[in-house]
Design a protein around this ligand. Structure first.
Ligand code: PEP
Ligand code: MG
Length: 952
């Protein structure tokens, strides 16, 4: 990105004419490595097409599209000519800004300069400047105005709590380009200031790009820190820009008119009160900009000149863009829009001239503003298409909704909707003793409820979560603080919630993912007690197994569920984010995600039928559909029972070909259950889960003990361990990793650990030490090149000289298409491959595996993924090596015959899926599977592959 800095400025330059100035500039750009020698001809050619004089003594020479390939790096160099250079037509340049840019980055520079261009006498000031610092200051121009317009007001936004409302406000600022991405997180750390009348104020300077104010009101009554909340100001603060507004706001509050803001029903009303930029009621017209390089200087000049021919004011803004409308008659303001090809411009003109001006402006933009333009593709060129969204309604009885299949199985039961309820309560209590009494009764009830959950829960991990909740309820630090507040006259609800919220915030401020989870636990019990105090019935869990309906579900939410009570999970949002889906599958709970917000409007108790295999939800299905589904569920149940009875038998195809079925686990505790389910080994130990369970990196001894426990539990069966696979979207809280634009394409897996050899060596040592003479297989994640494999192998072999291991194999995961395509080379060196279909599918199909709407398309049965597996298996077998599949595809009943037919030797799945996968292998012969696989390879889509297998 182009930014202006003092290092780019050369003061006191002399040039006799424009050509000499261009020569100097080109020399500078070449000397600094930004462009090749030939760029000078580009600068000259561009000036021949039209002067780059911008106004106010500034010119911005740059190359032509033909000389773009001579640009090595984007950048600018500024030459000050105190004596001036004649740029033609009597225009004198005191500052030439030479731009080396491959595309339209210079629009950003023009945006930066436009504030300065609005100043009078800038040219003379640039000529007189005596230092680079002074010159830069001049270019940075006048202090920025506070951005506040209709787009920054959100009234009645959907928000369940304060955090969500803050996020909404921050988002408006982000959309207006006032702040960078992390601003919401910044605001969450700041103490909110109550202004009175239900209004709250939050501000920060961090990550602010330009000053702006957003105002949001919640769609339902809300309280925060025990006080009502009817409106929230989020200020992106920079300098003094907000001073005038703050003064106006104070005056308003003193006059007792603050409530007008919280109750406002139109953004115009808010802007009138605050003095923001009012939207005008003038005639308007829209058109999409088709110019290849956006609204850069030349077309902008044409547009401004045309606008000047009409009387009255004419403004333009970018629809859905950042910032407000600007005058079309001002070249610098037009440039400040930074409009790009494809963006829709909206012109508004004073009523007196609109009839003439608007058609003329549209026609000029349509004609390209003096440039040849390629028409836009049909969709983005559509004008004035404003579709109002129909109001949301709960899905009607009998409707069928297609969602994303996240965990297989059929679930039938009443809907149990879990959306956070608003609470309303007084701030002051009756008397200390009465409030104390109410609070202890509520605590007692909640404790009793939690005890019930502990007793009912079969999972140790879930029990532990609830035991922690009980400990929190009894924490004397919390109860003492609450008591102090009760003595000051607060109500039990207000005192309890203030203390819980403060404690939760303190936890979060520790910037530790595990402690942040404790904050969520604190809020969880906080709300339980508050609901009890307010007499709000949290919807009673139905007696029969139910379908839990939530907005979104995280892995820890799923982990807390009791499979005996929750028949199925349905979420409005979210993709099949690998981990929550993996946990749901591990618990054997059928799940659908991303069904859309309307499902949250279902009445509790609505009968639902959820098909986690096909991704379908039936609402209040008719009797025949229910009967078919019940039959299918029962058949599946019987099949699973029969499979369970044979879980310890080997998986042999009908013609006697053996397929090894292993388990995927993430902690040593999982090994016993895996063996119990019939695992013939562990095919994937996700060691990052062990690292994540510690608040700091586990040392070598801790790791060794953990790996030893797994090998002990396996009783001589093989263990395939994956070295640490973190980074990118899976950072470890205790390892700061630079934020990346595209974490899935960034420093993750082996790329990260090779950059941190001490950590990798410690893990490898711990693994080698734990092995003794037992079968240990180590594999490296995300390998994409032969060099990465060799570096990892060499490190392991070096350590092996120190710590000898009798039965060791080294392999790689095939998760990146490049690794699959290089399999013929890699197969000569590795001992085995294990195909990680979750990532291999994501990278082959270019679909984020957790994408909220696309992840359903990330189907590992895509023939392109199958082709890569085929290449891998062929290469491995040609060199006598084995291939496993440890991604989720291995557990998909439709995929099993295809994978076996492709020659995969081992399938590694969650422990719960082992009996079913083994049973599936026994259903076909190897020759049938081979023919199926060959047919699948010739198909064009995953749907065709699924139809093929289903038809057999
Ligand atoms: C995979 O990518 O298929 C895999 C098994 O690794 P993970 O799901 O842990 O990324
Ligand atoms: Mg992976």
């Amino acid at each position: 990105m182009l930014e202006l800095t003092v290092e780019q400025i050369s003061m006191g330059q002399v040039a006799v004419d424009k050509s000499a100035a261009l020569q100097l500039l080109a020399e500078k750009l070449v000397a600094d490595g930004l462009v090749a020698e030939g760029y000078l001809s580009g600068l000259q050619a561009r000036e021949a097409q039209g002067s780059t004089f911008l106004g106010q003594g500034i010119a911005i020479p740059h190359g032509t599209p033909e000389t773009r390939d001579q640009v090595f790096a984007t950048g600018v160099r500024l030459l000050q000519f105190p004596h001036g250079v004649d740029w033609g037509d009597g225009q004198i340049v005191y500052l030439a800004i030479g731009i080396a840019a491959k595309s339209d980055e210079h629009l950003r520079l023009l945006q930066l300069l436009t504030r300065a261009l609005g100043e009078t006498d800038l040219g003379q000031a640039l000529c007189r400047a005596t230092s680079a610092e002074a010159l830069l200051k001049l270019l940075q121009g006048a202090p920025q105005e506070l951005a506040l317009d209709a787009q920054m007001i959100g009234l009645g936004v959907s928000a369940d709590d304060f955090e969500e409302l803050v996020w909404r406000g921050a988002r408006l600022l982000r959309q207006a380009d006032c702040v960078s991405n992390g601003f919401a997180a910044v605001l969450q750390q700041v103490d909110a200031l109550p202004l009175g009348d239900g209004l709250w104020w939050l501000h920060s300077e961090q990550t602010v790009k330009r000053p702006g104010l957003a105002f949001v009101t919640p769609d339902k009554p809300m309280r925060y820190l025990g006080q009502p909340l009817s409106g929230l100001f989020c200020l992106a603060s920079l300098g003094e820009a907000h001073q005038a507004l703050l003064e106006r706001l104070c005056a308003l509050l003193i006059e007792g008119r603050g409530q007008e803001l919280g109750r406002a029903t139109s953004s115009r009303a808010v802007l009138e009160v605050l003095g923001g930029e009012l939207p005008v009621d003038w005639p308007s017209a829209r058109i999409a900009l088709a110019n290849a390089h956006g609204l850069h200087a030349r077309p902008a000049k044409v547009l401004a000149q045309l606008a000047k021919q009409f009387d009255g004011e004419i403004r333009v803004r970018i629809v859905d863009g950042q910032g407000g409308a600007v005058s079309v008659k001002s070249l610098s303001k037009l440039l400040s829009l930074g409009a790009r090809r494809g963006q829709v411009l909206e012109f508004v003109a004073e009523p007196g001239s609109a009839d003439d001006a608007l058609p003329a402006l549209l026609a000029a933009v349509q004609a390209g503003l003096g440039e040849e333009v390629e028409p836009l593709p049909a969709v983005s060129a559509r004008l004035d298409v404003v579709e109002s969204e129909p109001p949301l309604r709960a899905p009607a009885s009998g409707s069928l909704i297609q969602a994303i299949a996240a965990a297989p199985g059929i679930a039938i039961g009443p809907a149990h909707i879990q959306v956070l309820q608003p609470f309303d309560y007084p701030l002051r209590g009756e008397s200390t003793s009465a409030e104390r009494e109410r609070l202890s009764a509520a605590l007692r009830d909640v404790r009793g409820d939690i005890q019930g959950l502990i007793e009912r829960s079969k999972s140790k991990a879930i029990r532990e979560i609830f035991i922690t909740h009980q400990e929190m309820l009894d924490d004397p630090e919390l109860t003492d603080e609450v008591d102090t507040r009760l003595k000051q006259g607060e109500s039990a609800q207000a005192a309890w919630m203030s203390v819980i919220e403060a404690a939760a915030r303190q936890q979060e401020s520790l910037q530790d993912a595990l402690l942040a989870e404790r904050a969520a636990d604190l809020r969880d019990i906080g709300r339980r007690v508050l609901a009890q105090l307010c007499g709000v019935q949290t919807p009673q869990e139905p007696d029969e197994p139910y379908i839990l309906v939530m907005d979104e579900v995280g892995p820890s939410d799923v982990a807390r569920l009791d499979p005996a009570r929750v028949a199925g999970i349905l979420t409005a949002r979210g993709g099949a984010t690998a981990h929550s889906a993996i946990v749901a599958r591990a618990l054997g709970i059928p799940a659908l995600v991303g069904a859309g917000p309307a499902v949250l409007l279902l009445a509790s108790g609505t009968p639902l039928l959820l098909d986690g295999q096909r991704g379908r939800l039936h609402v209040d299905a008719d009797a025949a559909t229910l009967q078919r589904a019940t039959q299918e569920r029962d058949t599946r149940e019987q099949r699973l029972q029969a499979a369970a009875a044979q879980r310890h038998e080997p998986a042999l195809t009908r013609d006697g070909h053996g397929v090894e079925v292993f388990a995927n686990i993430g902690e040593s505790a999982g090994v016993a259950a895996a063996v119990e389910q019939g695992a013939e080994g562990i095919g994937l130990l996700r060691t990052e889960l062990i690292f994540m369970a510690h608040s700091q990196a586990p040392d070598e001894a801790t790791q060794e003990a953990e790996y030893r426990r797994v090998l002990d539990g396996l009783g001589g069966r093989p263990l395939v361990v994956r070295t640490l696979d973190v980074g990118g979207d899976k950072p470890l809280p205790y390892w700061p990793i630079a934020k990346e634009e595209n974490p899935f394409l960034g420093v993750r897996g082996i790329r990260l650990t090779l950059q941190r050899p001490q950590i990798m060596e410690a893990q490898l040592r711990a693994l080698l030490r734990s092995a003794d003479s037992r079968p240990l297989r180590i594999m490296f994640p995300m390998v994409g090149s032969v060099d990465e494999w060799r570096a990892a192998r060499d490190m392991t072999e070096r350590l092996r000289l120190e710590i000898p291991v009798a039965d060791l194999q080294l392999g790689i995961m095939i998760e990146v298409p490049s690794a699959a395509l290089l399999a013929p080379v890699l197969a000569k060196e590795v001992d085995f491959f294990s195909v990680g279909t979750n990532d291999l599918t994501q990278y082959t199909l270019a679909i984020d595996r957790g994408h909220p709407t696309l992840s359903a398309l990330a189907d590992g049965l895509h023939p392109a993924v199958l082709q890569l597996i085929d290449i891998t298996v062929r290469a491995a077998h040609a060199h006598g090596k084995w291939v496993g599949v440890c991604g989720e595809l291995a557990a998909d009943p439709l995929a099993v015959p295809v994978l076996v037919g492709l020659g995969v030797d081992e399938l590694s799945v969650s422990a719960r899926s082992i009996p079913e996968v083994k049973a599936r292998v026994r259903e076909f012969s190897l020759s049938e599977a081979r023919s199926l696989a060959q047919q699948a390879l010739a198909l064009g889509s995953p749907a065709q592959v699924r139809a093929l297998v289903e038809a057999v």
